[in-house]
Design a protein around this ligand. Structure first.
Ligand code: GLN
Length: 313
């Protein structure tokens, strides 16, 4: 199957925006001070097809930091370098059943980070990034994320500064992994690289393109560039299906029926393999840290656009 006609997509995006814009549930993340200032009324939706067409409504061109959504694309980049088995062994692909910043999840699993979509696993994945120096490793990360978006992305300096100043928990997680031998790289440097990648600015439209690149088997529909092999996209989407919305990943899959990844600044990307991806931005979050309006819009559009992977028709 393919996506509906462009005019139908545009109309359904507008309908989703209209339906959920007044939903005031959820709360903007405030454990990172710079995120607490986000406008809770911002709401943007963008759908990117594997053919490169992009449809948007609302605040789809407003920039926000990637936060945990970076984890999905970092996983793809590292999986592409090191391969399926190495990443499984080093990081894992099972859900923790616990919040994204859980220390308990590490303790309960003999020091294994469990999956790349929570902080411990993303820090472990960042520790696997190739490069001889921190600068080279950063170039690998920012270059890779930019290739997924099809444009040069930059760090939000204020978010990076704010998150660096309030990063005690992630530094502790890296130290704990290091003590178990599940992080070989320097913990401080690894957390800094992780924090920088979380601070990279994107728009909902960028998320749609980044997701559509995974939906298309690794070719960016905006630039035509091949970034990763189809097998890497399969690995990434499987990891997202299991853990992309943290401990709520089962509920998400049950309701939306597609792999997705959320971040605490309010971004959400939902991928339909072979068809395209939905990018959304709306800062208020549910208790697990997933955008409230983003989830509702994905639910409506999954059904309206016929995207659910488990639907036979
Ligand atoms: N940078 C954030 C953190 O490490 C990312 C968390 C998230 O988006 N869930 O806490």
């Amino acid at each position: 199957g393919s996506l509906p006609a462009p005019a139908d997509i545009q109309g359904l995006l507008a309908e989703a925006h209209e339906r959920y814009r007044e939903d005031r549930r959820g709360a903007v993340a405030d454990y990172i001070p710079a995120l607490a200032a986000a406008d809770p009324d911002l709401f943007g939706l963008s759908l990117g097809g594997v053919d490169g067409a992009v449809h948007s409504v609302g605040d789809a061109a407003v920039e926000f930091s990637l936060q945990s959504i970076s984890k999905a694309f970092l996983f793809a980049l590292v999986d592409s370098e090191l391969g399926h088995e190495t990443v499984r062994r080093a990081v894992g692909v099972n859900n923790t059943g616990l919040p994204f910043d859980s220390v308990m999840a590490i303790e309960l699993n003999a020091g294994r980070p469990m999956n790349a979509m929570v902080n411990a696993g993303a820090i472990a994945t960042t520790g696997l990034v190739p490069g001889g120096t921190a600068d080279e490793r950063w170039e690998f990360i920012i270059g890779g994320l930019s290739s997924f978006a099809g444009r040069d992305l930059d760090v939000d300096a204020e978010v990076y500064r704010s998150e660096t100043a309030s990063n005690g928990r992630n530094i502790s997680i890296a130290g704990l992994l290091r003590s178990y031998g599940t992080l070989a790289a320097d913990p401080r440097e690894t957390v800094d690289l992780y924090t920088r990648q979380c601070s990279v600015n994107v728009t909902a439209e960028d998320l749609a393109i980044m997701g559509a690149t995974l939906a298309r088997g690794g070719v960016n529909p905006r630039t035509g560039q091949r970034l990763v092999e189809p097998s890497v996209c399969r690995d990434t989407l499987a990891a997202l299906a299991a853990s992309g919305l943290y401990e709520r990943s089962g509920d998400w899959l049950y309701e939306i029926g597609m792999p997705g990844k959320s971040g605490v600044s309010g971004g959400l990307v939902t991928i339909s393999p072979g068809k395209g991806a939905l990018g959304s931005f709306s800062p208020p979050l549910d208790p697990a840290g997933n955008s409230v309006r983003g989830q509702r819009a994905a639910h409506f559009l999954s059904s309206a656009l016929g995207l659910n992977l488990f639907a036979s028709r």
